[in-house]
Design a protein around this ligand. Structure first.
Ligand SMILES: C[S@@+](CC[C@H](N)C(=O)[O-])C[C@H]1O[C@@H](n2cnc3c(N)ncnc32)[C@H](O)[C@@H]1O
Length: 212
């Protein structure tokens, strides 16, 4: 069966991090779905587009309607397999209809920026959700890699972690606007971050090791 829905990861944001495979699918798409940021970067006036907003049903309806005509390319940030619209698509469409093009996750780029491996890190998301205390609690040698949102940001998450046994002196690396010209990598501590200006959509790396 022809794959009708192509879920293409666009990487952390800047065009230089997208894979040629994803770019090829996006460029040749007649029907293109994606967040406003992705559409601004990649859509052309020749394409029929649908922005993904909080109204996910609108995007799903667009996809349902257009796959009867041809392929629909859905752009997601980072890697589709790491907290993306892929989960919603799998609940609403047959897996045989879906092709996934992987890409670089914001988590991968964050760990790369501080020259750290992530294979042994505990990777969790606060983006529209709250991981359980059991997964977040302090354990010796634990390294956390966290996605954030506006509510669960660098300040609120630092407070949560201190309440779960992490020392205030634990290293917190805030990775914001990864891959963009205004990218910011801030190395601080959990205690300092609680009272500092919160950084909202970013990746947080937390480690008891203070050498970073
Ligand atoms: C819905 S999740 C999508 C994650 C994505 N699938 C990935 O692999 O990176 C959105 C969150 O990813 C993180 N994120 C995505 N792009 C980012 C970037 N360029 N810089 C920092 N964090 C980013 C932020 O925590 C943001 O709130």
């Amino acid at each position: 069966m022809d794959k009708k829905i192509i879920v293409a990861g666009i990487g952390p944001g800047a065009e230089k991090y997208i894979t040629p495979a994803a770019l090829e699918k996006i460029r040749s798409a007649k029907f293109l779905v994606g967040g406003r940021r992705a559409l601004e970067t990649f859509a052309t006036s020749a394409q029929v587009t649908c922005p993904v907003t909080k109204d996910i049903d609108a995007a799903l309806n667009f996809i349902r309607e257009k796959i009867s005509i041809g392929q629909v390319v859905v752009m997601v940030s980072g890697d589709p397999g790491y907290y993306s619209m892929l989960d919603v698509l799998r609940k609403n469409f047959d897996a045989a209809l879906i092709e996934v093009i992987p890409s670089i996750s914001s988590i991968q780029l964050a760990f790369a920026k501080v020259a750290m491996s992530w294979y042994d890190a505990t990777l969790l998301s606060f983006h529209g959700r709250r991981p359980t205390d059991d997964k977040l609690k302090f354990e010796p040698n634990k390294v956390l890699g966290l996605l954030t949102d506006a509510e669960f940001n660098s300040a609120t998450i630092s407070k949560i972690l201190i309440n779960l046994g992490w020392a205030g002196s634990s290293r917190l690396i805030i990775c914001a606007r990864l891959s963009y010209a205004d990218e910011k990598i801030i190395s601080t501590t959990l205690a300092d971050a609680v009272n500092a200006e919160p950084v909202k959509h970013c990746v947080l790396i937390v480690t008891e090791n203070t050498s970073h």
